[in-house]
Design a protein around this ligand. Structure first.
Ligand SMILES: [Fe+2]
Length: 89
């Protein structure tokens, strides 16, 4: 499946990683949160840490961000929008 990494639309899809002591937050939309509506929402967010994948599944009404209690060096985030597909940080 194609993974997009650039977003020209107003609505933002690139997952944004915030590393803090003992936890990592992944937000969809750095400044503007992606919609979480019945017909258009982020189905899941994945965080890859040093080769291991951690997933959180979301539903409409949730915030488009998740907190993972993990630590590591190499981190990549991906998310899946039910309308706009797969995106990678
Ligand atoms: Fe979308």
């Amino acid at each position: 499946m194609a993974q997009k990494t650039e977003d020209s639309a107003v609505e933002k899809h690139i997952p944004f990683i915030i590393k803090e002591e003992g936890k990592v937050t992944v937000k969809v939309g750095e400044n503007t949160a992606h919609p979480m509506e019945e017909r258009h929402y982020i189905e899941w967010i994945e965080l890859q840490v040093d080769g291991k994948s951690y997933y959180r599944f979301l539903k409409p009404g949730d915030k488009p961000e998740v907190v993972f209690c993990v630590a590591g060096d190499e981190m990549i985030a991906r998310e899946y929008c039910n309308v706009h597909g797969l995106w990678k940080s």
